[in-house]
Design a protein around this ligand. Structure first.
Ligand code: GLP
Length: 255
């Protein structure tokens, strides 16, 4: 019995004739089919572009176009230096940079199920960074909640939030959404500043997020304010680099 390989699957000569549409679309669909039928499983490597061109008789330009289409659709991922792989099912989330929303809301809007694993939830003596960021007075405690956040059971981000204790006196009461608890008490932030930078994930964070140490990530620091300009939240987050696309709407000045 011969086991089907992706090479044979791409080589067989009829599919290109049988399918309709531009050649790169036909190739894209053929590769999609190999994933749908389970010939290529999650995270499986794809043959190199050069090899696909040889197997199919298509030009490198056509192959590249099909591969790019698969990347844009989140079906495959390309890693510098190591090639293309079937995506591992981590949802790719397009995130607006101008709306002040919560993780739970962002995931719900996309039809994804959000869940969290608690890393820390309690009242602590603040660090100098927290005293500064939250403008705490001396001797004031801080509420901390740290969570590994998941969408459809896939780890997406680690979020470490610090809040003044009078804003969140009982961190244990946060079960799923922090903003929901704040909203209930009339403390939901109305404005926030967010700083985003690129990081290579350290081993502890990469393990939680299920990626290799050193993988690309995004560090997002959000400082949120109440309408009276008081700081309500100081959150340091690490997002998986492959799970997010940040989108900002830009307008010409004065228009
Ligand atoms: C986003 C923000 C965090 C905020 C969180 C609240 O992910 N980056 O700063 O704390 O949403 O989310 P939720 O209300 O789901 O706990």
């Amino acid at each position: 019995m011969t086991t089907e390989t992706i090479e044979n699957f791409l080589k067989s000569d009829d599919w290109m004739q049988d399918a309709a549409g531009p050649r790169y679309v036909r190739l894209r669909k053929r590769i999609e089919e190999s994933i749908e039928t389970g010939l290529l499983g999650e995270s499986a490597p794809l043959p190199a572009e050069r090899e696909i061109a040889n197997l199919t008789g298509l030009s490198r330009v056509t192959v590249r176009r099909a591969m790019q289409d698969l990347v844009d659709r989140g079906i495959i991922v390309q890693r510098q230096g190591s090639g293309s792989f079937v995506a591992d099912g981590t949802p790719k989330v397009e995130q607006s940079l101008s709306r002040l929303t919560s993780f739970t809301e962002d995931m719900t809007r996309r039809g994804l199920n959000s869940s969290s694993e608690w890393l820390e939830r309690g009242v602590h003596t603040p660090s100098p960074e927290e005293v500064m960021a939250l403008a705490l007075s001396s001797g004031e405690a801080v509420a901390r909640i740290s969570r590994l956040r998941r969408a459809n059971d896939r780890p997406m981000a680690i979020e470490r939030a610090s809040l003044p204790i009078d804003i969140l006196p009982k961190p244990q009461l946060v079960e799923s959404s922090l903003y929901e608890v704040l909203g209930r008490d009339g403390n939901r932030p109305v404005r926030a500043l967010q700083r985003i930078s690129a990081v290579n994930l350290e081993s502890e964070d990469s393990e939680l997020l299920g990626v290799e140490p050193g993988a690309a990530g995004l560090r997002i620091v959000r400082t949120s304010y109440l309408a009276n300009r008081r700081v309500v939240e100081f959150t340091r987050s690490i997002y998986r680099g492959d799970a997010y696309d940040f989108v900002a709407e830009l307008r010409l000045a004065n228009s």
